[in-house]
Ligand binder design. Structure first.
Ligand SMILES: C[C@](O)(CO)[C@H](O)COP(=O)(O)OP(=O)(O)OC[C@H]1O[C@@H](n2ccc(N)nc2=O)[C@H](O)[C@@H]1O
Ligand SMILES: Nc1ncnc2c1ncn2[C@@H]1O[C@H](COP(=O)(O)OP(=O)(O)OP(=O)(O)O)[C@@H](O)[C@H]1O
Length: 309
């Protein structure tokens, strides 16, 4: 039995370029891994059983337990790559909000790759795991890497970034999720409506912000707060206007900055320190603008075996 811990992500910069012919957008995506995470346990199964799944946690009823689950797809992809049978039971201990913009499904996919690789003693080299991860989804490679990284292309071409110290975050979980493709479509629609166009020839491919990279490298939360940016935020707010109230509640409670996490609807708040994060989380929980609020920190490592007994 192998248990892997895997982090959720917040995008401290999500620069979205034009719509490509393949339906994806080129990004300048600065991923940041936070301690709020899932655990995936892989247990050996009888030959011919295939991949079976179970899930525990407050949102477990929203997690598909069929072959579409990213953890199951990851196990089958790894097995096919090595030509071994995909017989395994995967148990997901879920803390990451589902369809929340924190890459929860992607995290489970990355965790399943690492857990099955260890269970089946495959010793897959990291670059191969990263390639398999990219086949599963744009956010999956980062969940393997963790820390802070710049994702180019559709977010899968990663470069680790220097970072100092620990940053303190609060995540406000919304009622219900948002579909990632729907949020990208809304971003394109808003661009068309504004008359700028949404295609690859009309929207320049964004670059990472120099001020943001310096703030990360220097471990400066005030400077990071000033440099945070998410090009999907307007689209998420357009689809879910009530999120504005949540963002404002966190700022009123003393957060240094507030933004939508990735494609939303989870809202992320940067705090000055651990005590500041606890205070913002308590105020948000009492504000009635979200379902739950969690104080956490980062950066933390990517998917890692924590129990191999
Ligand atoms: C919003 C982010 O979470 C930011 O990290 C990611 O860009 C989304 O990553 P993801 O959920 O792993 O997305 P994927 O499973 O690869 O793609 C789902 C859908 O999102 C849209 N998509 C995704 C990534 C990207 N760079 N451009 C896109 O337009 C496409 O419609 C795609 O069909
Ligand atoms: N292991 C999984 N955990 C949660 N959802 C999963 C999983 N596997 C597949 N899904 C499906 O993926 C959908 C999106 O869930 P997920 O939690 O990954 O969203 P997200 O965090 O917004 O993704 P991202 O931030 O990568 O765009 C869910 O509604 C669910 O149907």
């Amino acid at each position: 039995m192998i248990t892997v811990r895997v982090p959720a992500k917040v995008n401290v910069q999500l620069g979205v370029g034009g719509l490509r012919a393949d339906g994806f957008h080129d990004l300048a995506n600065v991923f940041f891994a936070v301690a709020l995470g899932d655990q995936v346990t892989a247990t050996a199964a009888e030959p011919g059983t295939g991949v079976t799944l179970s899930c525990a946690g407050p949102d477990a009823d929203q997690v598909p337990l069929d072959g579409t689950n990213l953890a199951a797809r990851a196990a089958r992809l790894l097995a096919a790559h090595h030509g071994v049978p995909a017989d395994v039971h995967l148990h997901i201990d879920k803390s990451i909000p589902v369809a929340g913009g924190m890459a929860g499904g992607s995290a489970d996919g990355a965790a399943a790759l690492v857990a099955c690789d260890a269970l089946w003693a495959l010793a897959t080299p990291q670059p191969v795991l990263l390639e398999l991860a990219a086949e599963l989804g744009s956010d999956v490679p980062f969940a393997l890497l963790g820390g802070v990284a710049l994702g180019r292309g559709r977010g899968e071409l990663l470069e680790a970034l220097p970072v100092s110290g620990t940053f303190h975050w609060v995540f406000a979980v919304a009622e219900g999720g948002l579909s990632t493709p729907a949020v990208f479509r809304e971003c394109d629609r808003l661009r068309e409506q504004a008359g700028t166009g949404s295609g690859i020839d009309q929207v320049p491919t964004p670059d990472p912000s120099a001020a943001l990279l310096t703030a990360l490298a220097e471990g400066d939360p005030v400077a990071l707060a000033a440099a945070l940016g998410n090009d999907l935020q307007a689209a998420a707010l357009s689809l879910r206007p009530a999120l504005t109230g949540c963002l404002e509640a966190g700022l009123t409670a003393g957060a240094l900055a507030a933004l939508v996490s990735g494609s939303g609807p989870t809202c992320a708040f940067l705090a000055k320190d651990a005590a500041g994060a606890e205070a913002v989380a308590a105020a948000l929980a009492a504000s009635g603008t979200c379902r739950a609020a969690h104080a956490t920190h980062g950066p933390v490592a990517g998917a890692q075996v924590i129990d191999g007994g």
